[in-house]
Design a protein around this ligand. Structure first.
Ligand SMILES: [Zn+2]
Length: 110
């Protein structure tokens, strides 16, 4: 039996997982990242789950004022994944946060 890294790397391709499963996996891995215990080789798995969720939920994140990307990263602070811009504008940060909430909690029909 293969090591499962605490049971969260199921090895199942993300496109075969349900939104609920993706959210669970992402939440767990994100939690590990925030606690500084995420293994380096698990970061891609976390990002894969996140990208799949963004596609499935069809939530559009706010545009980066610097480069126009809609791809925000969340670690100890919020920053653009494309240009590393870190917004300080509260309205923008709130919009980014509510997009995140939708991706993680909104009803999804599929
Ligand atoms: Zn940017």
């Amino acid at each position: 039996m293969a090591e499962t890294n605490g049971g969260y790397d199921t090895g199942i391709p993300h496109d075969e997982m349900s939104v609920e499963e993706l959210r669970e996996e992402y939440a767990e891995l994100h939690e590990q990242m925030m606690s500084g215990v995420l293994e380096a080789n698990r970061h891609d798995r976390m990002m894969g789950a996140w990208n799949e969720l963004r596609e499935r939920t069809e939530v559009e994140q706010p545009e980066c004022p610097e480069c126009g990307a809609r791809n925000w990263g969340f670690s100890d602070h919020t920053e653009c994944r494309d240009c590393a811009f870190g917004p300080a504008d509260t309205d923008l940060l709130n919009d980014i946060q509510s997009a995140w909430d939708s991706i993680m909690h909104a009803e999804v029909s599929a």
